[in-house]
Design a protein around this ligand. Sequence first.
Ligand SMILES: [Zn+2]
Length: 452
Amino acid sequence: MTDFDWQVEGDTCVKLLSEIIRIPTVNRGNGAEDDGNEKPAAEALADFLRGAKVEPLLVAKKKNRSCMVARVPGTGEKPPLLLNAHIDVVEADAARWKHGPFSGEIHDGYLWGRGAIDMKHMAAMSACVLALVARSGKKLSRDVIFAAVADEEAGCENGSLFLVDDHPDLVRAEYMLGEIGAFSLHMFGRTFYPIQVAEKGICWVRATTTGSPGHGSLPDPNSAVVRLSKAIARLGATRLPMHPTEVVTRFIHELADNLPQPQRSVLRRLAVPQIAPHILDWLIKDDGQKRSFGAMLSNTASPTVVRAGNKVNVIPGRASVEIDGRILPGQTESGFLEELRHVLGEDVKLEVLRSADPTVTTSATPLFEELARTLRAHDPTGYPLPYMIPGFTDSKAYSRLGTKCYGYSPVRLPDDGVSFTRMYHGDDERVHVDGLKWGVRVLYDAVTRFCA
Ligand SMILES: [Zn+2]
């Protein structure tokens, strides 16, 4: 439906992605002067767009933490469509990587580097799509906006939340396409394209035990540290109760219905709360799948930061652990705290540090239909389906403006054993070069067909 040379446009996207991967935008969340450093990456994207005669705007809550927003106006007949990508990344330990995490080099058909899938690839694809929409000269029925935002990896304060709070008119849209979705998921020889329609909520909690302080030469089996350790061990060994949710049940059923037997029957039963724990424990062998499905079926609680004592010969009177809690749609904060208390015990004091509600967008929209249709057109072997991610993204911010958000950063991946999900914040993050080129075209088609 377009006249572009997709080989050339694909190469342009690969080059742009490599360029922005080489700009380290590491977000440690420590508030240091050089934290994030998104400005040069935002500027690189802005320069690219100016080359296509799109005039971008850079705004920042803090020095060096720029967000870039650009818009190609449509006829205004319908409200805008927003493309969003965060351009900050998490740290990378170069010693553990096969190729430099900020090299942006191509090896073995993959473009390597921190941000290759989380999520500078979407930033490069969105910039290319916006440039192509501008170059095509066709007036679409909606403005297409692209926001490249800072600070997603530390909670969005300097990024999407800043835009939504301080510059809502720049990003106000009926729909947003963003993180985690439309990648090929290979299961038992079948290919799926999950499109994210929901995210779990967060409930970050500090759990504290107290006891009598004392001398380290006289061990106390009931000290704050010992009791907290036991509570953490119980949490690590316990699965919180299963709660069926509509979006996850549908995901499991659609996934199962497209699998051969016996996987079909086994997987379908994951949607039954009484049976699911047994299937997770005994029938799902892949550890990554076990954990992913587990996180879709219950609230979760990961102990992360443990603090107690500061001198080896003093038994401290206080010990605490920070717990990263994630809550399913339909569940409440108080219900989750009750589940935690049940595992940790009544003598552990719980304090909520930060919380955010789950988000759910219906898949019964014309945009979702178009997104699925476009994926099927470009990969007839694949099956698109709505799903929920256990983490959170910039969707949390945009949904505050009433925007319907989908995870749709398309990449076609070969079934070569490279785990897409494990690369998030992991070693050797990389994106398949041909899969990325495929993604630009899918994203362009989805956007222009929907906004035609
Ligand atoms: Zn991300």
